[in-house]
Design a binder for this molecule. Structure first.
Ligand code: GTP
Ligand code: ZN
Length: 350
């Protein structure tokens, strides 16, 4: 195998990516997005690192739909020009996508990371974990198409980490939960085992949860600044000087992008159902199919709350996320209607 092929494998290349790139062979190079900004993207490919601006097709697609904006983790076709410019000409179809809320003229979602295999939800045990935040990030993960895993950090700072893990398990049905302390270095092997065969992990979670510390521990070398030492510009804002796509050759890729740090999620029904599989399973046993789980007879959900089997607060958070999902669906439907109305009006004017 050539060095160039090996680099692509280390970047997470799969035969699917090769097939998607087929139409671009010859005139283009294949590269993966490491970082994006307004003017272009930093990419890595078989030949190493490259900086590209956006080609006309990409700019037109983005103008029509924000989701077409290249994101960290995207595989792309880039083109070299005689004057040394490099342009990003196409984003290859995404296997998975983490989408955040960004209502604007053209769409409600913005892709913050693409082609992720595992979404690692990082939450600290000290201060106490925020169960509602874990649930929201689980909805985000289920919506992305990637496999969610919860990592609880700083177990070394609390007296009963296993008890806390059990509490978190209540809000994360069907999801693996790891206790990982990067400082004394416990639980790292289990997390490291997820990084194999060139898989891509994305770390999501609040500031201070220990995401950069985990990346460094997995890499075995301090690649990212941790704590509050991240560089700030003159106005006190964080500058994005740190690497957002970390390649660990022969193992996998870690995505730790600022875009994932404060994600507003775009809830949809399926994603909520994935994150609240326990509640949905109960609801399937209600007597009425359209049970609102308020005062209906034969409500399995209320019964579970009365029995202490389901936490009242979790039920309340489920309701809230379902309302968000319904609102999003209505917003999208309303938009489609207005687009149709606009086209109709144009036709009549002609
Ligand atoms: N005791 C202990 N401290 C930890 C652990 N993991 C991280 N820390 C500390 O927690 C602080 C925050 O860690 P970071 O890795 O910078 O957190 P982050 O999630 O990357 O934070 P942002 O970059 O702000 O999003 C640092 O001072 C770490 O040393 C752990 O398992 N145990
Ligand atoms: Zn019910």
């Amino acid at each position: 195998m050539s060095a160039s092929q090996q680099r692509l494998l280390d970047l997470g290349w799969t035969p699917d990516v090769g097939r998607a790139f087929q139409p671009y062979r010859g005139a283009h190079r294949l590269a993966r997005v490491c970082r994006v900004d307004r003017g272009g993207a930093d990419l890595a490919g078989g030949m190493g690192a490259v900086r590209a601006t956006y080609g006309g097709d990409v700019l037109r697609a983005v103008a029509a739909d924000r989701m077409a904006q290249p994101a960290v983790g995207d595989w792309t076709a880039v083109r070299d020009w005689p004057d040394d410019r490099v342009t990003l000409e196409a984003v290859l179809p995404r296997r998975t996508a983490i989408v955040r809320d960004s209502a604007d003229r053209t769409s409600y979602g913005q892709v913050v990371a693409a082609n992720i295999d595992v979404v690692v939800i990082v939450e600290h045990l000290d201060p106490d974990p925020d169960l509602g935040r874990i649930e929201r990030l689980l909805v985000l993960a289920w919506g992305s198409g990637a496999q969610p895993v919860v990592v609880l950090t700083k177990p070394d700072l609390v007296p009963d980490p296993d008890g806390m893990r059990a509490e978190v398990a209540e809000v994360a049905p069907g999801v693996e939960i790891l206790l990982v302390s990067a400082v004394p270095g416990t639980g790292l092997d289990e997390l490291g085992a997820l990084l194999r065969n060139g898989r891509t992990l994305a770390l999501v979670g609040p500031s201070g949860a220990g995401k950069s510390t985990l990346t460094n521990a997995l890499a075995g070398v301090p690649l990212l600044p941790t704590g509050s030492v991240r560089a700030r510009d003159g106005r006190g804002r964080h500058t994005t000087t740190h690497r957002e796509l970390v390649v660990l050759p022969g193992r996998g890729v870690i995505v730790d992008t600022p875009g994932l740090r404060a994600v507003g999620l775009v809830a949809d029904d399926d994603a909520v159902a994935g994150a609240f599989a326990d509640v949905e399973a109960l609801a399937a046993h209600c007597r009425f199919r359209d049970c609102a789980h308020v005062a209906e007879p034969g409500c399995a959900v209320r019964l579970a709350v009365a029995d202490g089997e389901l936490d009242e607060d979790r039920l309340a958070r489920w309701r809230k996320l379902r309302r968000e999902a319904a609102r999003n669906a209505a917003r999208r439907a309303g938009d489609r209607r207005s687009v149709v109305a606009e086209l109709e009006a144009k036709r009549h004017r002609r």
